[in-house]
Design a protein around this ligand. Structure first.
Ligand code: ZN
Ligand code: ZN
Length: 364
């Protein structure tokens, strides 16, 4: 593929424009998710520099072949010594004066090495998550990958659902979900699959255990596939038996909060407003205190990325942003109910990518 035809050239161009607007000529990139975003290389180590006229990626010999085959629109340099020193040497040779670095990722120790090796000539300035902000709005290749990861996630859940009954272990269901996601083409789960039944469901991030599902349990399933480097995220809750009125009211409240918030996902909507809306639905039913986490988060290369649907995030949703909406209530001793979809904020409005039913939640 020619560099001009790959999405990476476009992403690098958008980054250069942002850097230019802040009068920063160069950006150092060491966060592997950002390196993947800008070059297509997926490794656990490496460093890239994006300059107005160049894009360079340093990797150690473990990754040379992979980088040469996967990276696009970037010169790959194999470095057998410390990569930070090689990058600093390169900056010195280019007479770089000001360089943006990833202040939310680079360690103090790494910055010291860079400063020492680059001598006083180079001033390192915090980039303040400039690349993470660019990643909020997905390009068509990314939307395609998240759509596929979401399809696999929903399909795996639907396949495993008939096995959900009293007497089966949480950990067996989690293993079955992971297996089904892989069979459908996933590289693996995007995070440790959650199956939490009964009172354990009150822990929003419970890990699956050997507990057997029991009659009258609420069971939370939180799962997501990773495919072509992109994640999806979905939660469903079911009840084993005929739910009493109280559980039914709780479930319907979470469902209404989820659907009301999803409907707000239009370009330009403030993240804080989406969060406030989901919260208001639950507060009106006296359940506000049981909704103990944020309403959602961006999904893409990382399972949790910008923007966050929280009270404090005043970001306006850009078009082609992908976020989750996942209100929940957690009652000690009773369990939890959470409903989550991965949703694309398209130009036409919200599009739910994780399509598995929410209305069919009672298993008798
Ligand atoms: Zn989730
Ligand atoms: Zn989530």
């Amino acid at each position: 593929m020619e560099p001009g035809l790959s999405p990476y050239a476009g992403r690098q161009a958008r980054l250069r424009k942002k850097l230019g607007a802040r009068d920063l000529p160069l950006q150092l990139v060491s966060n592997p998710s950002n390196i993947f975003y800008l070059t297509g290389f997926r490794g656990s180590a490496g460093m890239a520099v994006i300059s107005p006229s160049e894009a360079v990626l340093w990797v150690d010999p473990r990754y040379t072949l992979q980088a040469r085959s996967d990276a696009r629109g970037v010169e790959v340099i194999e470095e057998r010594g410390p990569i930070l020193k090689a990058v600093a040497r390169w900056l010195r040779k280019r007479n770089a004066r000001r360089v943006a670095f990833e202040d939310s990722f680079t360690t103090v120790g790494q910055l010291r090495v860079l400063q020492r090796e680059a001598r006083e000539k180079v001033r390192f300035e915090p980039a303040r998550e400039i690349i993470e902000s660019l990643r909020c709005s997905k390009d068509p290749e990314e939307i395609g990958a998240i759509r596929e990861a979401s399809r696999v996630t929903a399909a795996a859940f639907k396949t495993v659902l008939p096995q959900v009954r009293p007497g089966i272990r949480e950990s067996d269901l989690a293993a079955e979900i992971d297996y089904q996601m892989r069979l459908q083409g996933a590289e693996g789960p995007a995070f440790e699959t959650i199956v939490a039944s009964g009172a354990r469901g009150a822990l929003p991030h419970a890990r699956p255990t050997g507990k057997l599902l029991e009659k009258s349990d609420l069971v939370i399933f939180d799962l997501g596939a990773i495919l072509n480097g992109y994640a999806s995220d979905m939660t469903r809750t079911v009840y084993l038996g005929k739910p009493p009125g109280r559980i039914r009211r709780l479930y319907n409240a979470v469902l209404e909060a989820q659907q009301t918030a999803v409907e707000l996902l239009h370009e330009g909507q403030r993240c804080s407003e989406v969060d406030a809306t989901a919260r208001r639905v639950l507060e009106r039913r006296g359940l506000g205190q049981y909704f103990t986490h944020s309403t959602g988060h961006g999904v893409g290369i990382d399972i949790h990325e910008k923007p966050r649907l929280v009270r404090t995030d005043e970001t306006r949703l850009p078009v082609d942003c992908v976020v989750t909406v996942e209100p929940g209530v957690y009652l000690e001793g009773l369990g939890g109910i959470r409903l989550e979809d991965t949703v694309l904020v398209s130009a036409q409005g919200p599009e739910i990518l994780t399509s598995a039913p929410m209305n069919d939640w009672c298993i008798s």
